[in-house]
Design a protein around this ligand. Structure first.
Ligand SMILES: [Fe+2]
Ligand SMILES: [Fe+2]
Length: 172
């Protein structure tokens, strides 16, 4: 009880109340090391980062990727047979939407809406498509992290590589 306190995620900026920082951010999936005491938090979204043109282009590419993946997970959560698949894709959809929000905030634009996309009624098939999508995201974010020169761009892309790698470990 005495340790119960407020934390903030440095990746998505969301607050978390608990005895300790969570193992993974419940919103964006970032690992525990990215949490700080709320009193020490300085919003990375309000700081001036002077992102390079390449970083901004990569944020935009990442935003499109996340909106696409979130749209796929939304479709998969609705069309997969079996509640376990439906819940799994719903939680992935929420995480990817949160990621889209991070990039939209850094680009200072409104987060785009999800769009209609085809998904299978077979959950296992959707899980395979999920792995293909996560692998594409990881590959892109690795390249974006390597190309990043401002600390915040490097931090975001590196954290996202770790998060999407966790998604690859999912099995039915
Ligand atoms: Fe987070
Ligand atoms: Fe993501």
């Amino acid at each position: 009880m005495k340790d119960y306190k407020l934390y903030k995620c440095m990746i998505c900026g969301d607050p978390y109340l608990g005895d300790a920082a969570p193992v993974n951010c419940p919103y964006c999936g970032a690992k525990q090391k990215h949490f700080v005491d709320a009193r020490e938090y300085v919003s990375p979204f309000q700081q001036e980062h002077n992102f390079t043109a390449e970083e901004k282009a990569n944020f935009k590419a990442a935003l499109d990727l996340e909106i696409g993946n979130a749209s796929f997970y939304q479709a998969a959560s609705q069309s997969s047979e079996g509640e376990i698949y439906q819940w799994l894709f719903k939680s992935l959809m929420k995480v990817e939407k949160e990621h889209a929000g991070i990039f939209a905030k850094h680009l200072k634009i409104t987060k785009p809406e999800l769009y209609e996309i085809e998904a299978s009624s077979d959950g296992e098939e959707n899980l395979q498509e999920s792995h293909r999508r996560e692998e594409r995201a990881i590959e892109s974010y690795r390249a974006f992290a390597a190309a990043a020169v401002t600390p915040r761009a490097k931090q975001v892309f590196t954290a996202l590589v770790e998060i999407e790698e966790d998604h690859l470990g999912l099995e039915d």
